[in-house]
Design a protein around this ligand. Structure first.
Ligand code: OGA
Ligand code: NI
Length: 360
């Protein structure tokens, strides 16, 4: 069953600018950003950069796996998911050679001439491939990003039509990276079940087959970087997300205590965040935090987000075991309906997730 995203029946409007990278190149002389990319809302938000008390929690996978330290580290993991919804994962065990390879392959893909990237362009009414998401009208403000989006797991959901063949190693590298991240997420889910005090199976069954997609983001530099947004404020409509910065340019910001906070990722760490599905399953105990990406004025920024999603053919609602202590705060929703709803809503902070809350 290929074309899993056909089920989503989304209809994004085709952008006349096929590539923001090309737009960025074309305005290099004048420095004038086309109006449809200019965001007026950014100025109103104060940004805090790495202020004291705002350092993302660091979770050490080698300690989670070591019986001597596991209990302590699981408690840290739980509090990171509750207080922050975000953490940096270190000693994750990913092969260093593989990380170098995926960074090199992605960088090469985005440096190809536009025609070659368009070989895997997102088709009309499609989702997978090279292009843009969440564009619903000609009038809408646009994000300063080009993306490559692929369904990566389970393997039978892959549609290789959209998997680049250039560079020649790319498909094989993506395949390996996808498997390693699926394994890391399965491990984390077990530790989360332990922290939540729920049966592992109850949590893992929602993620059966470890469904996964990837969104590779290319943010071109912008001479008026403070006028544009790389990625509008949003939460991720999945279980959890693993973000790897492909080059060392920062740009991720998360909303905490009503302010935007710039994330400084430690070298080699994966930035992990809780998505809407885990917030719902945990009845709000773990938080799906609003985040966005800003753009650098003279350097390109490239990231790869790996989304571990719920199994489409399950229902998403608070885990029964967690309801013994209190009422459900979220509706129960069918997996396909949930994902359809996510992609049909504009990226607007926590709006979609809030719509799934029960009034209590
Ligand atoms: C995403 C995302 C942030 C970044 O792709 O969902 O939040 O810094 N990316 O690229
Ligand atoms: Ni995100």
């Amino acid at each position: 069953m290929a074309e899993i995203f056909d089920k989503m029946e989304v209809e994004f409007v085709r952008q006349e600018d096929e590539s923001v990278q090309v737009v960025a190149d074309s305005i290099r002389e004048t420095g004038e950003v086309p109006e449809k990319y200019v965001r007026s809302e950014i100025k109103a938000d104060p940004v805090i950069v790495g202020a004291e008390g705002y350092n993302l929690p660091v979770i050490d996978m080698s300690r989670l796996l070591n019986p001597e330290f596991s209990e302590e580290e699981i408690a840290k993991l739980g509090s990171a998911c509750e207080q922050w919804g975000f953490f940096q994962l270190v000693n994750h065990g990913l092969d260093q050679g593989l990380l170098q390879q995926i960074k090199a392959d992605i960088t090469k893909f985005f440096s190809l001439p536009l025609e070659e990237k368009l070989a895997v362009a997102i088709p009309p009414n499609g989702m997978e491939g090279f292009g843009h998401h969440f564009v619903f009208s000609e009038e809408q403000k646009l994000d300063w990003v080009d993306l490559l989006f692929l369904a990566t797991r389970p393997i039978e959901h892959r549609n290789l039509t959209f998997w680049p063949t250039k560079p020649s190693t790319f498909r094989d590298t993506l395949d390996k990276y996808s498997l390693e991240l699926a394994n890391v997420s399965a491990q984390l889910l077990k530790f989360m079940a332990n922290n939540l005090g729920v049966d592992q199976e109850a949590l893992l069954s929602t993620f059966k087959g470890l469904p996964q997609s990837m969104r590779i983001n290319y943010y071109p530099p912008c001479s008026q970087a403070d006028k544009v947004l790389g990625l509008s404020p949003h939460t991720d409509g999945v279980g959890m997300t693993f973000l790897l910065q492909v080059n060392d340019v920062e740009g991720l910001q998360i909303r905490k205590d009503g302010k935007w906070f710039s994330v400084q990722a430690m070298n080699g760490a994966l930035v992990v965040n809780i998505g809407d599905v885990l917030e719902i399953l945990t009845n709000g105990r773990y938080k799906s935090i609003e985040h966005r990406a800003v753009v650098n004025s003279n350097k390109e920024r490239i990231t790869i987000a790996v989304f571990q999603s719920a199994h489409l053919f399950c229902t998403i609602g608070p885990l029964q075991e967690l309801l013994k202590a209190g009422k459900a705060h979220y509706k129960v929703i069918d997996g396909v309906e949930f994902t359809k709803g996510y992609f049909a809503a504009k990226l607007e902070g926590r709006r979609y997730l809030e719509s799934l809350k029960l009034d209590i």
